[in-house]
Design a protein around this ligand. Structure first.
Ligand code: PMP
Length: 295
């Protein structure tokens, strides 16, 4: 994630990554109250473009507000700091990790001190190119009435770590989590889509983190005149699908080959999912999306 020369942003300062530090009494470390983002930038002729930077920082501010954390930066400031960070590290194709973490406080109310860290590094597709061998996790997504599940909160990721670790220990590439009602929810760090007879299906908001990649795919699908239906479905309905894929910033779009050993029978190369994937690569990775550009 960093080497001796890597520069990071911490509370208004530019530091070497190896010199950035936090107190052991920081509340995020003890209780998981903190919020973060995962963002990608892509090289273009002028330098690079941070994909949907505004939407990602909008979500960071939303997540912070839901956790009663006050962020001392505007979306515009955060976007401009991020471009500066990439420039300082000579990064164009990068994964960017903003983290809002709390100061010293062992009480169960938010700390008065809020810290902002942003680091960036080169990161290949997080789960590789697939097709992935996925298992239905024995862990459910947390009850949305217990936490604010549409916010990107540090503590929520213990659930993700448990699900992925279980899947890997059993020889799978990744997990697929159900919601508290037994419907399919999403992956530990990505949303999920299924394709049946050329139509795409994805679980609706409520038990998921509504991903920016997911929203982008739904926009692209409109352009390609591919229908996307948001609905709840059971694992049994999923086995009957032709194709499936995970969608998220780190994984981008990654095909799922099988769930619990049940292989999808559709031909990925000729699927609506693959047309979307191709368009995503052309548009997103070649920066046809609006965004700020550095020269
Ligand atoms: N769900 C979870 C739990 C995630 O961590 C992510 C990645 N941020 C996603 C879904 C996908 O969201 P996005 O497309 O905004 O990266």
């Amino acid at each position: 994630y960093y080497n001796n020369d890597t520069i990071v942003f911490q509370n208004g300062k530019w530091l070497k990554a190896k010199d950035a530090s936090a107190t052991m009494y920081n509340q995020t470390l003890h209780y998981g109250i903190g919020v973060f983002e995962g963002i990608r930038s892509y090289k273009n002729v002028n330098g690079c473009n941070i994909f949907r930077a505004k939407e990602h920082y909008d979500r960071l501010l939303y997540s912070a507000a839901k956790m009663h954390i006050e962020l001392p930066y505007s979306i515009e400031e955060l976007v401009s700091i991020t471009y500066e960070l990439l420039d300082k590290n000579n990064l164009t194709d990068a994964y960017i990790r903003p983290l809002v973490y709390q100061g010293m406080n062992m009480a169960l109310t938010p700390a008065s001190e809020t810290n902002v860290f942003i680091g960036a590094w080169e990161w290949a597709k997080y789960l590789g190119n697939g097709p992935l061998n996925v298992m239905i996790s024995s862990y459910q997504r947390p009850n949305p009435k217990s936490c604010v599940m549409e916010a990107k909160v540090v503590g929520h990721y213990t659930n993700s770590v448990l699900a992925t670790t279980e899947a890997k220990k059993l020889g799978y590439d990744e997990a697929l989590l159900l919601d508290i009602h037994g419907n399919v929810a999403q992956g530990p760090g990505a949303n999920v889509f299924f394709e049946k007879d050329g139509v795409l299906y994805t679980p609706p908001a409520g038990n998921i983190l509504p991903g920016i990649t997911r929203a982008t795919i739904m926009e692209l699908a409109k352009e390609l005149e591919i229908r996307v239906i948001e609905k709840h479905f059971t694992p049994e309905e999923v086995y009957d699908a032709d194709n499936a894929f995970f969608a998220g910033t780190a994984v981008e779009i990654t095909p799922i080959g099988a769930i619990n050993g049940e292989k999808f029978k559709g031909n990925w190369d000729e699927s609506a999912s693959n047309s979307l994937y191709m368009m995503y690569r052309n548009k997103v990775q070649h920066n046809e999306y609006q965004g700020l550009t550095i020269v």
